[in-house]
Design a protein around this ligand. Structure first.
Ligand code: ZN
Length: 265
């Protein structure tokens, strides 16, 4: 009888402890954040440039992100709940909620990891160093780097009209901008290699100045004592276009650009 009583006490104690520990752990678990994207990089690569999701909808899935807008009319940057378009002339403006996007990646940014990269490094080194510091390469990350940058080189793309040409053709006509000693924020994502075809492989950064006047897709840069904030994302949600264009596209064997090729200038 005594043994039975002790057994019951032990069982009740363990149950109580699990009850306290497990829900706490679940609540604190960082891996419950969603990367939401509209369309895929494969579709954008072959020239599906007409938007399928508007920014009113996108804002329900994130306050932070990057991509492009309807007709590939420039680069898109989302920061602190505001979304900006930077046209090929390099001028940034706030995007109206009714505007659509043919490719965007967003999340509600809440960084859990801070990586300090000391000294002065270039964009290639930034990516290599981040790869070395990541806890794992198997989840997507949202990435924010804010501060003063010794040098940034970024681009924007011109608005397209039908018949649409592949992205590899269009980026040959990109406008390139260079700024030195500039204050602003880099908004970025890193997706795992297994997401190739869905999102841009590896690192992808867009930039906006602190006065929100200009920005674009990052091609190169110099980073001084960069403080890199990371948000690990464990859910991926994709809003596929429901257009005839997407319906009839041959997405079976798309020749994807590597991120370095997309960055070629
Ligand atoms: Zn980009």
């Amino acid at each position: 009888m005594k043994i039975k009583r002790y057994l019951w006490i032990a069982i009740l104690t363990i149950t109580a402890l699990l009850g306290i520990i497990l829900p706490g752990k679940t609540q604190q678990h960082p891996l419950s954040k969603t990367l939401f994207q509209t369309s895929t990089i494969s579709a954008l690569s072959i020239g599906i440039y007409e938007g399928n999701t508007n920014f009113r909808q996108l804002k329900k899935y994130g306050n932070f992100g990057l991509g492009t807008v309807n007709y590939l009319d420039g680069e898109m940057i989302g920061l602190d709940g505001k979304f900006y378009q930077v046209k090929a002339d390099g001028v940034a403006s706030v995007i109206p909620d009714s505007m659509t996007s043919p490719f965007a990646t967003v999340t509600f940014f809440k960084p859990q990891i801070l990586i300090n990269l000391g000294g002065q490094i270039n964009y290639q080194q930034l990516q290599e160093l981040l790869d070395q510091h990541l806890p794992t390469k198997n989840y997507p990350y949202a990435i924010r780097i804010q501060g003063n940058f010794p040098y940034l080189k970024f681009r924007s793309v011109p608005k397209q009209t039908p018949p649409y040409r592949p992205l590899a053709e269009v980026v040959k006509e990109q406008s390139i901008f260079e700024l030195r000693n500039v204050n602003g924020t880099l908004v970025g994502f890193r997706t795992p290699k297994y997401m190739q075809g869905i999102n841009l492989n590896g690192y992808h950064f867009h930039f906006i100045t602190v006065n929100r006047k200009t920005g674009g897709h990052i091609l190169d840069g110099q980073f001084q004592n960069a403080k890199v904030e990371l948000d690990t994302l464990s859910k991926v949600e994709i809003n596929l276009p429901t257009t005839a264009e997407f319906d009839q596209a041959d997405l079976g064997d798309v020749n994807l650009l590597k991120s370095t090729e997309l960055n070629r200038n």
